[in-house]
Design a protein around this ligand. Structure first.
Ligand SMILES: Nc1ncnc2c1ncn2[C@@H]1O[C@H](COP(=O)(O)OP(=O)(O)OP(=O)(O)O)[C@@H](O)[C@H]1O
Ligand SMILES: [Mg+2]
Length: 250
């Protein structure tokens, strides 16, 4: 049923000056899927995530998110509430206490004065506490964010998502700067939270192992096109060898 599709992409094309970054991509994603985007450097993963996040306007093609047409500027605000983003650099304000960064997830819903006032007296403190508890950082509510380790900061970014409650989470290499143990820790929390909240997750990754372990589906991009799109358990070594094969090799 078409209405189950939370994201529908038809013949999407994104170009930068003379460079074609994404070429004629078509796919749909259903609510609750956990999709890993993999592929060699320059394949178009970040461009696709930024296009889904409405930061980039496609050159051609159709894009619908929760049935809302992406190109219609009237939908921008509605889409901003439905989409949450995490990046490699976490986008946290490091001199501020953790609680402020978690509550930043509410900014799209709060008015200007409530947001400003919350910097002095954090509003909805219980909400922040519950979210931090779920990511295992209950005791860090008032810690200065910059004093936390990379893995802990990424958990703060997850707590912020819990507070924002977006329907769709887009993550661009969310664990690239973490050591393997912290990376697995963050990915397993992320996969668990997304499943509990029935959210849809799309994340770019350089680790095929993590893609297979924590995601239900893998979309592989190469040169701006879909190279394969498979359920995680169906990926074979030969698919991966072909995906990452260096050009010019015969
Ligand atoms: N703002 C831009 N202007 C011009 N070209 C761009 C721009 N952003 C991306 N590109 C180009 O588009 C292509 C896709 O880049 P993108 O960053 O999406 O790749 P990626 O798959 O995320 O790579 P990586 O794994 O290295 O992060 C690359 O060739 C890149 O040079
Ligand atoms: Mg990238």
């Amino acid at each position: 049923m078409a209405s189950e599709n939370i994201i529908e992409v038809q013949k999407l094309h994104v170009g930068f000056e003379r460079k074609i970054a994404l070429s004629s991509l078509s796919f749909s994603i259903q609510k609750g899927e956990r999709v890993a985007l993999i592929g060699p450097s320059g394949a178009g993963k970040t461009t696709l995530l930024n296009t889904l996040a409405t930061f980039i306007t496609p050159t051609e093609g159709e894009l619908q998110i929760t049935g809302l047409n992406h190109q219609d500027s009237k939908n921008r605000k509605k889409l901003a509430k439905k989409i949450g983003m995490i990046r490699q650099q976490f986008d946290l304000v490091s001199p501020l206490p953790v609680i402020h960064n978690v509550l930043a997830g509410r900014l799209a819903d709060w008015g200007f004065f409530k947001s400003l006032f919350s910097l002095l007296v954090p509003q909805e403190k219980t909400l922040a506490m519950k979210a931090l508890d779920r990511v295992g950082l209950k005791d860090k509510l008032y810690a200065r964010t910059s004093t936390l380790s990379g893995g802990e900061q990424q958990r703060v970014a997850l707590a912020r998502l819990l507070v924002q409650k977006p329907e769709i989470i887009l993550a661009d290499e969310p664990v690239a700067s973490l050591d393997p143990a912290r990376a697995e820790d963050v990915l397993s929390i992320l996969a668990k939270l997304v499943t509990e909240e029935n959210q849809t997750l799309i994340a770019s990754l350089h680790s095929v192992e993590y893609a297979k372990k924590y995601f239900t589906r893998v979309i592989a991009l190469r040169d701006g096109e879909i190279f394969f799109d498979l359920p995680s358990e169906k990926i074979e070594d030969q698919n991966l060898a072909a995906l990452y094969e260096l050009k010019g090799k015969s």
